[in-house]
Design a protein around this ligand. Structure first.
Ligand SMILES: NC(=O)c1ccc[n+]([C@@H]2O[C@H](COP(=O)([O-])OP(=O)(O)OC[C@H]3O[C@@H](n4cnc5c(N)ncnc54)[C@H](OP(=O)(O)O)[C@@H]3O)[C@@H](O)[C@H]2O)c1
Length: 316
């Protein structure tokens, strides 16, 4: 009796398939963190690649189709899982994979704002904890973990006294960057006091010497007491090895990045609440013709009771 060997069987004999491993959400998240780390190192995955994680959590590349997941970067990144996976795992890849792979992901700049139905990110007194629900707060912590640095404006530090850490998820803390052109913050806030992550205060040249901090570093850059040009902010951070940037707020800071066309994406999470007159989210100069409007390509996700609009400006 003769046994026929199909080309597939022949291939499997030469290159045995890995044991089929269904990814769970924890492993999916670890894989995304590893992909983001690779992009941070300047070596993003830029072509169709099949991936596994080894026992140390390091990425292992395999021939296409042979790992737990095959990712396909490009204008519309996609993925295929080798085995059926729980819904949460699929959702993690759908939302975060485009932030972790592809040409340009090594210098990705993403903004986020959580806003009311009437476009406010805080009440008029500055209270914003929390406009959006717990799922979006977790989403923000995940974004922090995927980026080299989290950037906030001076008002956010003043109003919220934020830690800007990843304490709700697994993953590294990003460097914390505060835009304070005049050095008006005096160091009472927690992110100037603790040493859980690097804190950098960016100010205009000439304001560096005022108010010493225990743990934060002060960096003077070219700009004025009114405006630190966004291009100079990005350049100064890249010179410090911080290239993947997450702009977390508030409205003034995110709007300046958007106006400078420096955001690749903006995550706008809308909560079903009306705040009335408050602190506005995105504010851009007016336009006269609709043709001049910014029209990003948008994906929508449900985060608990909130709706996240993932606005992709590169694909618009
Ligand atoms: N819902 C959310 O997603 C969310 C997120 C973050 C914060 N918040 C809330 O939003 C409020 C703060 O937001 P906000 O819009 O008022 O202010 P913000 O963006 O936090 O801070 C704005 C200030 O930061 C400095 N700054 C930012 N970008 C600059 C640049 N390119 N050049 C020079 N200076 C720059 C300026 O400081 P100077 O004033 O010294 O010039 C500016 O006035 C707070 O109530 C906070 O709780 C909400």
């Amino acid at each position: 009796m003769t046994t026929r060997i199909s080309p597939r069987m022949e291939q499997d004999l030469l290159d045995p398939p890995l044991p089929s491993r269904s990814l769970d959400a924890a492993r999916a998240w670890a894989l995304l963190l590893a992909l983001a780390r690779r992009a941070s190192l300047g070596r993003p995955v830029t072509r169709a690649t099949s991936l596994e994680l080894d026992e140390h959590g390091e990425l292992v590349e395999l021939p296409v189709g042979r790992g737990a997941i095959t990712v396909r970067p490009g204008a519309t990144p996609s993925f295929e899982l080798a085995a059926p996976a729980e819904r949460e795992c699929v959702e993690l890849f759908e939302l975060y994979l485009p932030l972790c792979i592809g040409a340009g992901s090594e210098t990705l700049v993403v903004g986020h704002l959580g806003q009311s139905l009437d476009g406010q990110i805080a009440t008029s007194s500055g209270a914003s904890q929390y406009v959006t629900g717990p799922e979006n707060i977790r989403h923000m912590h995940r974004l922090r973990a995927l980026f080299d640095a989290v950037i906030v404006g001076a008002n956010t530090v003043e109003c919220d006294n934020p830690q800007l850490t990843t304490r709700l998820v697994s993953g590294p803390n990003p460097a914390r960057v505060v835009l304070d052109p005049n050095r008006r913050l005096h160091g009472a806030q927690v992110l100037f006091e603790d040493s859980v992550a690097l804190t950098l205060v960016l100010c205009a040249h000439g304001s560096e010497k005022r108010n010493g901090f225990t743990h934060a570093e002060v960096l003077g850059i070219a700009g004025t007491s009114e405006l630190l040009p966004v291009a100079n902010v990005i350049q100064a951070l890249r010179a410090r090895g911080l290239r993947r940037l997450f702009v977390e707020g508030g409205g003034v800071t995110v709007s300046r990045f958007l106006e400078a066309r420096a955001l690749n994406r903006l995550h706008l999470t809308v909560s079903s609440v009306f705040l009335g007159a408050g602190r506005p989210g995105v504010q851009l100069p007016g336009i006269t013709e609709l043709e001049s409007a910014l029209r990003p390509k948008v994906r929508r996700f449900t985060l608990g009771d909130d709706v996240l609009f993932d606005c992709d400006f590169d694909a618009s």
